[in-house]
Write a protein of this length. Structure first.
Lengths: 369, 369
């Protein structure tokens, strides 16, 4: 058991900050606790001490649900940071304000930030947050939760230990807007391949969408620095919902049907002309299945203590955004390969979650009932 | 009964079937001579090959007397007046031989793939064949596979819903066996390619005319998108994945396994999930070669196009060339058709073709009694 218990606060008390886990009735994609409020309550490393949200309804639900006093709920996150001096802060607001709040939290002296995705809207915002966070020694984790999913962790371990041989291909069928849930898809591709993207080709859903800044669907081809190649289909995927396919010379892992199934294939003797064939083998599980949220906190605690980067770091969040923007740039440039990093840091994608964010989605739902 | 002759008496013309020990990719009889012998529509009457060793093996194996084996195919065409002619020589001479056969008055040509080396040669052959009313089938044999034909039937009858994606993991040179891979993608999707993006294995290979490996992104006119990985595929050998809104067909492991998934109620948040169902088989399965002959007989008698026509062969070549052009132009999308008809790929099979592959093997290996 840990010696020190960290003071944790949540900014943005909507779905991901508070009640997302209530919607989940089946494991696989993640295991509970997953979202921010319940994870801080469950973790032996943290005490949930406060929440902040400009919308009073959100604060009331949060206080009731997680057993906080009204005095621990703030309308202004700056007041909360000042009064509560949290060690951990979760950023679960609309992405529109994420960069500004991260900067304020870093300046207020927090030790760790657990931020929702996408990391920021523009590359310049991401640069600023990372520069400041590095200078102040703040551990920043982005909630691209597949990095904290046991099946993806095992797949990556198999890659690192050579069990899949040389990694050749990562394919993602992940219907999404490229910044919003695309941040999950692109990050998971980078994570599984264990490499960085050197250049991309992208086709967006339309010329009009590609010309604008709104979040958008698209497909892309990614060239990794370790020789692996990636294909992502972010446009409609029909009967192949959220699937990752990691192919090596000796083995293959497929994560299917929104993470509900994971398959492992290995190359064995036999087959046509005795060239070998891919046989399905049981997917190897670890000795225990960690919860997604608790894994994030363990990771951040370790980062605070050792100074290393989180498994899904702010840099990873920036890279997912940069790859999404580069795919859109590829389309904008008439369909040509675009090298990373991007020179124009003013480029941004208005993540689809910020639409109508003047009123939080849950408050809108409550009002419409 | 049609009189059939084979030009090029090597592996595909004569003995390829002897190497095959398992069905799936193909069913026997598959290659040219055994198909002509087995078909109720044809009688094998002659063969032609420059290399006497090849002719001797062919005559003995298929029961022809020595006078029906010719070293000059022109002599054979003039003396035997075949209705059907198979062209199983090196691709280097295929265009010239096809033109001579058309001018000699054959009714049908069954040509090995790739159809030609250059687009100009393909244009010539197709133009001459159309003017003379000759049925030309290219042996992209997956069009005659019961599994892939069934997948296409399902797509055409709406059982897969709207088609979205075709992915091919098909390690190959993009003209040689790439002609199979690309043709199969077109066949399954039942659409034509408007433009492509391609990455070749190296700048040097892309700059030359030699056959080469590469990957590509294909934009079909019916909205479907394709991804082909022809670079090494490791544990995913020769796989096609056809994804629609309501169903999905995967042809795996060199065609030895075919899987069908359909969208059924259930899953996370009741959004539905892809459930595996038995793959529907046709009522009868015949040898792949017999299907080609039946198809050509129908084409001769009704004037219809063969399932895998010369036009299909030209398109596969053109797409491969466009993938290479995309790389040559620094990685940008290339629209079809390709304007420069002089472009060509020296299909890898023509390497060392002054001596046929089997003759080379015969000279190297002691014959075991």
């Amino acid at each position: 058991m840990p010696g020190k218990v960290f003071r944790a606060a949540v900014i943005g008390l909507g779905r991901m900050g508070s009640t997302f886990d209530d919607e989940i009735t089946r494991g696989g994609q993640f295991f509970m606790p997953y979202c921010h409020g319940p994870t801080y309550v469950a973790s032996p490393h943290t005490d949930l001490v406060a929440g902040a949200d400009p919308h009073a309804e959100q604060g009331e639900i949060f206080a009731d649900r997680w057993g906080l006093e009204r005095g621990q709920i703030y309308a202004d996150y700056r007041e909360m940071l000042e009064a509560e001096r949290p060690d951990f802060v979760s950023l679960c607001t609309t992405a529109r304000h994420r960069a500004a709040i991260m900067i304020d939290a870093i300046n207020a002296g927090v030790k760790a930030i657990w931020a929702e995705k996408p990391f920021t809207l523009s590359l310049a915002e991401a640069d600023e947050v990372l520069e400041l966070g590095t200078r102040k020694g703040v551990a920043i984790a982005v909630n691209c939760s597949r990095r904290y999913n046991v099946f993806f962790n095992q797949a990556r371990r198999m890659v690192d230990e050579g069990e899949l041989g040389e990694i050749l291909q990562i394919t993602a069928y992940t219907q999404c807007n490229l910044s919003h849930n695309g941040s999950h898809a692109i990050d998971a591709m980078r994570y599984l391949v264990g490499g960085d993207v050197e250049w991309v080709f992208g086709e967006m859903e339309s010329d009009e969408k590609a010309a604008g800044e709104e979040d958008l669907m698209g497909n892309g081809y990614l060239a990794f620095d370790n020789g692996a190649r990636g294909f992502i289909r972010g446009t409609h995927t029909g009967a192949a919902p959220w699937e990752f396919d990691l192919i090596g010379t000796e083995g293959r892992v497929r994560n299917l049907a929104q993470g509900m199934e994971t398959q492992y294939y290995r190359w064995v003797p036999g087959g046509l002309r005795n060239q070998g064939l891919p046989a399905r083998a049981p997917f190897p599980l670890p000795t225990h299945i960690p919860s997604s949220g608790l894994s994030v906190i363990e990771d951040l605690v370790d980062c605070i203590e050792t100074g290393r980067q989180p498994r899904c770091s702010g840099q990873d969040g920036r890279k997912a955004l940069e790859i999404a923007i580069a795919m859109r740039e590829s389309h904008r440039q008439g369909g040509r390969r675009v090298d990373l990093p991007l020179a124009d840091r003013s480029l941004r994608i208005l993540s689809s979650e910020i639409l109508s964010d003047a009123v939080p989605a849950r408050v809108r739902r409550m009002q419409s009932k | 009964m049609y009189r059939a002759a084979v030009i090029g008496l090597g592996r595909m013309g004569s003995t390829f079937d002897d190497e095959i020990q398992q069905g799936g990719t193909i069913f026997l009889p598959y290659c040219h001579a055994p198909s002509y012998v087995a078909s109720p529509h044809t009688e094998l009457v002659a063969g032609a090959d420059l290399h006497a060793e090849q002719g001797a093996i062919f005559a003995e194996r298929w029961g022809l007397s020595a006078q029906h084996i010719y070293s000059s195919y022109r002599d054979m065409l003039a003396a035997e007046r075949p209705d059907f002619v198979s062209i199983c020589t090196t691709a280097r001479h295929r265009a010239a031989i096809m033109k001579d056969a058309i001018e000699a008055g054959v009714k049908a040509i069954w040509a090995e793939k790739p159809i030609t080396l250059s687009l100009a040669e393909a244009d010539d052959v197709i133009d001459l064949g159309a003017r003379n009313g000759v049925a030309i089938a290219v042996n992209c044999s997956r069009r005659y596979s019961p599994f892939l034909s069934e997948a296409r039937r399902m797509a055409q009858q709406g059982e897969l819903g709207e088609l979205l994606q075709i992915t091919a993991y098909t390690e190959c040179y993009i003209s040689h066996n790439g002609s199979h891979a690309i043709d199969t993608m077109r066949y399954l999707v039942d659409g034509d390619v408007n433009w492509v993006f391609g990455e070749m294995e190296s700048d040097e290979e892309a700059a030359g005319d030699e056959d080469l490996r590469g990957n590509g992104y294909l934009a079909f006119d019916n909205g479907v998108r394709g991804y082909i990985r022809a670079m090494s595929t490791g544990t995913a050998p020769w796989e096609f994945d056809l994804i629609g809104t309501e169903g999905r067909v995967r042809s795996l492991a060199n065609g030895t396994d075919t899987q069908y998934y359909r969208w059924v109620p259930g899953g996370l948040r009741d959004e539905g999930l892809p459930a595996r169902a038995p793959f529907p088989l046709p009522l009868s399965i015949q040898g792949t070669g017999l299907s080609v002959i039946a198809d050509l007989v129908n084409a001769v008698e009704t004037g219809s196009d063969p399932h895998c026509s010369a036009e299909d062969g030209r398109k596969a070549l053109e797409i491969a060339i466009a993938l290479r052009e995309s790389h040559r132009r620094g990685g940008r999308r290339v629209d079809l058709p390709v304007d420069d008809r002089s472009l060509r790929i020296l299909s890898v099979e023509i390497g060392g073709d002054t001596v046929p592959a089997r003759v080379r093997r015969l000279r190297q290996e002691p014959v075991v009694a």
